[in-house]
Design a binder for this molecule. Structure first.
Ligand code: KG4
Ligand code: ZN
Length: 331
């Protein structure tokens, strides 16, 4: 429940982390089933915490793309049904645009156009954001998203799921220069990313092979007995994080130079990363550009950012038809 695009009256997040943890990642069928069970209770709590009746609501905003199609359909069907029975207008939004908008909820008045980096479990993409409605894709990951790499590396290091926060915490005690993991694509002109190589580098290191170097072939096949690595898990976490942060910041600065934008917004679950926040702000400021992050509770998935952007869509009359569909991908 959000008033005027910014004031959060209530923000209810029903996390499914405990359900997916034992599988080491999101299981789509379980996610959809849990959405069905949770959607109505969550709406009730959001209304109650805000002290608002359904009839007092001006607009219902929903994200209908991109993502897990079953989960999107549950949210979209709930929103459409509420709109159909109450007559409240519907706004249907792109999830990535909502992440980008979350930064503007925390920092109103960011100059646009700006460079937007969306970095989460499903996305690592750079945009030139012209305003809240228009953006151009500048580049994106060719394989894993950065958050996905965090989750997979945390699994290798047995730090649990989701892996971003435990790696972030452990990295503080390690040496970021202990192992050099290759910064893929960093010296290329294209604004694309690749994180699967770092993940493999960590795997080889932990198995005692090839210590994260850029050599393509490991010295030993992957299943041979492993010598004990000489570096600690904290060093691996710190070195992995240093590589990811270097890539994310380096590519974002390339996008800034390319677009000549004066500000950078970073959003999505990985925007909660403490080292990314530090390094991005430092290096942007050294180039005369300001970097902005959402407050922590708005980094990971939440409905407040959807309601916030929905306000601007409704103001401009961008109302969706009740026949609007969900889309797993953006075409
Ligand atoms: O935006 P989000 O909640 O869901 C997606 O749309 O994907 O992002 C979740 C991702 C997970 O991969 C999680 O490990 C990562 O964000 N994450 C972090 C941190 N907190 C969450 N990654 C790095 N550092 C963190 N502190
Ligand atoms: Zn998200």
């Amino acid at each position: 429940m959000v008033r005027d695009g910014r004031e959060i009256l209530s923000s209810v997040v029903s996390s499914q982390v405990d359900i997916h943890r034992k599988f080491g990642g999101v299981v789509p069928e379980l996610a959809c089933r849990c959405h069905i069970q949770n959607i109505l209770p969550v709406i009730d709590v959001a209304l109650a915490e805000a002290g608002v009746e359904l009839t007092q609501i001006d607009t219902i905003a929903v994200t209908n793309r991109p993502g897990l199609i079953g989960a999107l359909l549950v949210g979209l069907t709930a929103a459409k049904t509420l709109c159909a029975v109450t007559g409240i207008p519907l706004v249907a939004l792109d999830h990535v645009a909502c992440h980008l908008y979350s930064t503007h909820m925390t920092h109103p008045g960011i100059a646009m156009p700006c460079v937007g980096l969306v970095v989460s479990g499903g996305h690592t993409h750079l945009y030139l954001c012209r305003d809240h409605f228009r953006r151009e894709l500048l580049g994106g990951t060719q394989d894993d998203a950065a958050g996905e790499a965090y989750d997979k590396v945390a699994c290798i290091l047995e730090l649990g799921y989701p892996g971003g926060k435990p790696i972030d915490d452990l990295a503080r005690q390690g040496n970021p220069k202990a192992i050099h993991f290759k910064r893929a694509f960093l010296n290329r002109e294209e604004l694309d990313f690749s994180f699967s190589g770092i993940k493999t580098g960590v795997l080889y290191h932990v198995r005692g092979q090839n210590v994260g170097s850029s050599r393509r072939t490991p010295k030993r096949p992957i299943r041979t007995p492993k010598p004990k690595p000489t570096t600690s898990t904290a060093d691996v976490a710190a070195s992995f994080q240093a590589a990811v942060v270097d890539i994310l910041v380096g590519k974002t600065l390339q996008a800034v130079r390319h677009s000549k934008a004066g500000s950078v917004v970073v959003a999505g679950g990985v925007a909660a990363n403490s080292r990314l926040r530090e390094v991005m702000c430092e290096r942007c400021s050294a180039e005369g550009v300001e970097a902005f992050f959402p407050e922590l509770r708005l980094c990971t998935d939440n409905a407040a950012m959807v309601a916030g952007l929905g306000y601007h869509y409704a103001l401009c009359g961008k109302i969706a038809s009740l026949s609007v569909d969900a889309a797993a991908r953006i075409s």
